[in-house]
Design a binder for this molecule. Structure first.
Ligand code: C2E
Ligand code: MG
Ligand code: MG
Length: 763
């Protein structure tokens, strides 16, 4: 039931599973998109930093070209005009927006007045003086500049100005050295406060490798950034700073372009950072895109992926739903077929059996119920005689009657061809007597005649009953016991019911024991054949003998054939046992005839199972030939049960037996099927009336009438009649009066040991 529930919801599971996969795939794609955007922004940041470095390098190249100018000049001496001309050319060739380029010459104290005189020759420079003033052993005053906006005479190695350190480093390292951000002296004079300028210095040495001064250029951040205008149309923010020698945690002095960002929103954690070294300084560049990263994600890709999965989920969910519906429908159908008997529409064997298990659980300790197993008597004969179609129609009618005969709370199912199982819940008032009444009512109803296909048919039934919990606390035990009770009802003469009781269980144990011991007895040759005379009622002469098995077991004592023959028949032991009996009979006949003793025909009891064997006749004839017996000495006794399974085959066999010269009697007549019709069609020589009718023939008028009727009818078919179980003279007299031909019973003698037969017959 639970699994059905899960199955019914499986379409939801399929839908959710695929939708979940879609979600995961879309999320992954989203992550990829996001990292793609981040990567692109990283590339832009790297490009910005390298552009900045390239721009700085272009200044360095200009410095290098000024140095080259000095090296190319004779005595490394350059005039103001030469410098201006060179500057002009350089600025025309390069678009670098530099502020100016200059040369500061090393002047010793004694050269100072000459230097100042030289400087005064430069136009508009008449008032030149050393700045800051003061006597120092040497000076590095600005000497030439282009454009000539420099303040001539500014001493770069003065302690008071910010150039000293980079100039000294340039001299020592002989490389280009950049100053930290600074306010140019000129700007200082003009009152500008922002440190937004840098100067690059390179030392100049003469041919004798003597330091003669430095060349430098000055540029402003704004000019530097103008060179990187490729970023101007980008929505992009950046900041950078000279972080040379900056201690950990110390905030750098940033140059900003915040784009659309507020200053406060720029934090290092959100920005791409690049660091590079240039001209002895370390610069840190941080940048970020102002674009909304989510706007850069290709949402349509994500949405189409998710939609594809959703459509797939809906389709698969729908198909699973349809599939489940179809599966459920066929499951319902199979369940119906499994639970319903096709012919009678009652519960099937499977359904009613599981109902018994259910009932056991339901009843528990507090309530009771009974199971009734009903088997139709000799139903096979109806099938054989009238065909399966009629048999089926009869079964349907029987089941209808059964249903109407049962109380409403009872459940019924067909468990075999002609077997029905009934579950009858019991309330405290419904006691054994009520069940008995119900069972009898069922038998009465079922046994009434039926009109099937214009034929009137009757069928009896036997009912076994077992009650829960007394005679079975679980379904298998109940089923086993009710089956046993039903078979007991059958052996009790059919058309009756029988309650399972503990004694039956005991009998089962006994049966197992008997079967085991019987196999042993056969192996050890412990069985005996005795012979009971059959007497002509008129002359009282012995006209036949019946061979009867006798068994004295060491453990079980004397066991009656009435007990062990049915067990032998059930277990199949009857086949070797029956063959042994036939051989023993042949041996005795041979021995007696050898001795010249009188031998009447000897009757051998043959069970249905023996006759069903295809080789029965050939083996019988085999023994007859082996011991050289005349077939007229042999008589075969069969009961009506042989006709039930295969009436046609049986008729053929009996005709063959008769044709070979053996007599055939119908044993125990009156107890079984008791249909007289076959008596005239089959080659019987005599009919043996069962002893139950003879036993009380004097007191029971019905039995007397029955015996008389059988005798008359048998005679009309030309059959001899043998009465079994004649024990008194009065019975003998009455049978004689009725015209019975032969008698068998204790009045004439019990079954005798083979050694005593001859003497007993003579008496
Ligand atoms: P059955 O063939 O009807 O044999 C007659 C039974 O009635 C025998 O019982 C016999 O001893 C008993 N009987 C005869 N006269 C009297 C009497 O006056 N009073 C009473 N109360 N009983 C009498 P038994 O020997 O116990 O055999 C019982 C059944 O066992 C036989 O019934 C027969 O069906 C079966 N049986 C015996 N021997 C064989 C055998 O060799 N093969 C087969 N297949 N069945 C056998
Ligand atoms: Mg017999
Ligand atoms: Mg008999």
């Amino acid at each position: 039931m639970y699994s059905r529930d899960y199955l019914n919801k499986s379409y939801l599971l399929v839908f959710l599973l695929i939708a979940f996969c879609g979600f995961v795939a879309t999320f992954n794609l989203y992550q990829q998109e996001k990292s793609g955007v981040a990567y692109e922004q990283g590339v832009v940041a790297d490009r910005f930093a390298s552009s900045l470095l390239i721009a700085l390098n272009s200044y360095a190249i200009e410095v290098a070209s000024i140095v080259a100018l000095f090296h190319s000049a004779e005595n490394d001496d350059i005039s103001h005009q030469q410098f201006a001309r060179f500057g002009q050319v350089l600025l025309n060739q390069n678009s670098n927006p530099i502020l100016n380029m200059y040369f500061a010459k090393l002047i010793r104290e004694d050269e100072l007045s000459d230097f100042l005189l030289d400087q005064q020759q430069i136009p508009n420079n008449e008032k030149v003086t050393i700045f800051p003033e003061g006597k120092r052993p040497s000076y590095l005053p600005l000497t030439y500049g282009f454009p000539d906006v420099i303040q001539h005479g500014v001493d770069l190695i003065s302690d008071e100005l910010p150039y000293k350190q980079s100039v000294i480093l340039a001299q020592e390292s002989r490389e280009i050295v950049m100053t930290p951000p600074l306010i140019l002296t000129k700007d200082k004079v003009n009152g500008q406060k922002e440190r937004d300028a840098f100067t690059l210095h390179h030392a100049v040495f003469n041919d004798q490798d003597e330091f003669i001064g430095v060349v430098g250029i000055a540029f402003k951040i704004g000019g530097l950034l103008d060179q990187i205008d490729l970023f101007s149309d980008m929505n992009f923010s950046y900041r950078f700073a000279d972080v040379t020698g900056l201690a950990d945690g110390e905030e750098p002095d940033w140059f900003y372009d915040t784009g659309k960002h507020a200053l406060s929103s720029l934090t290092s954690s959100k920005m791409h950072s690049n660091q590079f070294e240039f001209a002895g300084r370390v610069w840190l560049v941080e940048s970020c895109s102002n674009e909304n990263p989510y706007a850069l994600i290709q949402w349509e890709r994500l949405i189409s992926l998710m939609l594809t999965y959703l459509v797939l989920a809906i389709l698969m969910g729908f198909f699973t739903y349809k599939l489940c519906r179809a599966y459920n429908a066929s499951l319902d159908n199979v369940e119906y077929l499994l639970s319903t008997d096709e012919l009678t529409q009652l519960k099937s064997r499977h359904a009613i059996n599981s109902q018994v298990s259910q009932q056991v659980i339901l009843a528990g300790d507090h309530s009771k119920f009974a199971v009734l197993l009903l088997d139709l008597d000799h139903f096979k004969a109806i099938n054989d005689v009238f065909g399966y179609l009629i048999g089926d129609q009869l079964l349907v009618k029987v089941s209808n009657r059964l249903v109407s005969a049962l109380p409403e709370n009872a459940q019924i199912g067909r468990v075999g061809g002609d077997e029905f199982l009934i579950i009858l819940p019991l309330d405290s008032t419904l006691e054994r007597e009520s069940i008995r009444e119900l069972a009898q009512n069922i038998i009465d109803q079922v046994s009434k005649s039926y009109l099937v296909d214009e034929r009137i048919l009757t069928v009896g039934c036997s009912v076994g009953i077992a009650t829960y919990p007394e005679f079975g606390e679980d379904a298998p035990t109940l089923m086993k016991n009710v089956d046993m009770a039903m078979h007991r009802a059958k052996t009790l003469g059919r058309s009756t019911h029988h309650f399972y009781d503990t004694e039956m269980g005991g009998r089962l144990i006994r049966n197992v024991l008997v079967e085991t011991r019987l196999r042993l007895a056969m192996k050890n040759n412990q069985l005996q054949l005795y012979f009971q005379p059959k007497v002509d009622l008129q002359t009282l002469r012995c006209v036949g003998l019946e061979a009867l098995l006798r068994w004295d077991d060491d453990e079980l004592g004397t066991v009656s054939p009435s007990e062990f023959i049915p067990i032998a028949e059930h277990s199949g032991i009857i086949l070797p046992l029956g063959e042994w009996v036939i051989e023993q009979v042949c041996i005795h006949i041979a021995q007696w005839s050898e001795k010249g003793e009188f031998i009447p025909p000897i009757a051998i009891n043959c069970s249905a199972a023996q006759l069903k064997r295809a080789d029965f006749l050939s083996r019988l004839v085999g023994f007859i030939d082996q011991y050289n017996i005349d077939t007229s000495y042999i008589e075969i006794e069969v009961t009506e049960s042989i006709l039930i399974d295969d009436a046609e085959g049986c008729a053929e066999l009996l005709s063959e037996v008769s044709r070979l010269g053996m007599k055939i009697s119908l044993d125990d007549f009156g107890t079984g099927y008791s249909s007289l019709s076959y008596l005239k069609d089959l080659p019987f020589d005599s009919v043996k009336i069962d002893q139950v009718f003879i036993r009380d023939i004097l007191e029971n008028e019905k039995h007397a009438a029955l015996v008389r009727g059988i005798i008359q009818m048998s005679h009309s078919f030309g059959l001899h009649v043998v009465s079994e179980g004649v024990t008194s003279e009065s019975q003998l007299a009455l049978l004689k009066e009725y015209g019975c031909d032969v008698g068998q019973g204790y009045l004439f003698g019990k079954a005798h040991h083979p050694d005593l037969v001859a003497s007993k017959i003579e008496q």
